[in-house]
Design a protein around this ligand. Structure first.
Ligand SMILES: [Zn+2]
Length: 162
């Protein structure tokens, strides 16, 4: 029997429909996420962002415009949403353990996100194709249009408790 590539590569859950689930969480698991991807990718682009926040945090992000993301927050009171610059993106920082698993941006009423590859669990590191990313100096409307094209568009953000 041939093992499907997505199972072999991801070490993640392949559903019966052929979709792939990648799980991630902050260190204390207050913020966790499940990213659903089509089975075709043989690599995940991991962008090391050089913005002033990501430089200090070592932020490395991925997103796919055909992905679906479910975010589960155990205690919303233990999440700090930090924004700076154009204030169009929110970094979700777990105030208990300090990890930043996701960034969201609300554009035209829709919630978009990128997830931290540093928060991935059980994903084969060789699957990550590391790349640099620089968005400094980008105009705000250009930035929002880029997010609409590239970020994960289907974000289900669930808060369980305060
Ligand atoms: Zn945490």
């Amino acid at each position: 029997m041939v093992v499907p590539a997505e199972i072999r590569l991801y070490g993640a859950t392949a559903t019966e429909t052929g979709l792939v689930l990648i799980h991630g969480a902050c260190h204390c698991r207050n913020i966790s996420f499940s990213l659903t991807l089509e089975p075709d990718p043989v690599e995940i682009v991991a962008r090391a962002c050089n913005c002033s926040f990501c430089t200090k945090h070592g932020g490395v992000w991925t997103s796919r415009p055909d992905g679906e993301l479910e975010v589960l927050v155990q205690h919303s009171a233990l999440v700090s949403r930090y924004a700076f610059g154009t204030k169009t993106a929110e970094f979700h920082i777990c105030t208990r353990c300090g990890v930043v698993p996701i960034v969201t941006s609300r554009i035209d009423g829709g919630l978009y996100a990128v997830v931290s590859v540093n928060a991935f669990e059980g994903v084969e590191p060789s699957l990550l194709r590391r790349a640099a990313a620089s968005f400094e100096g980008e105009e705000e409307d250009t930035r929002l249009e880029r997010r609409k094209r590239n970020w994960i568009p289907n974000v289900n953000y669930v808060e369980i408790g305060a």
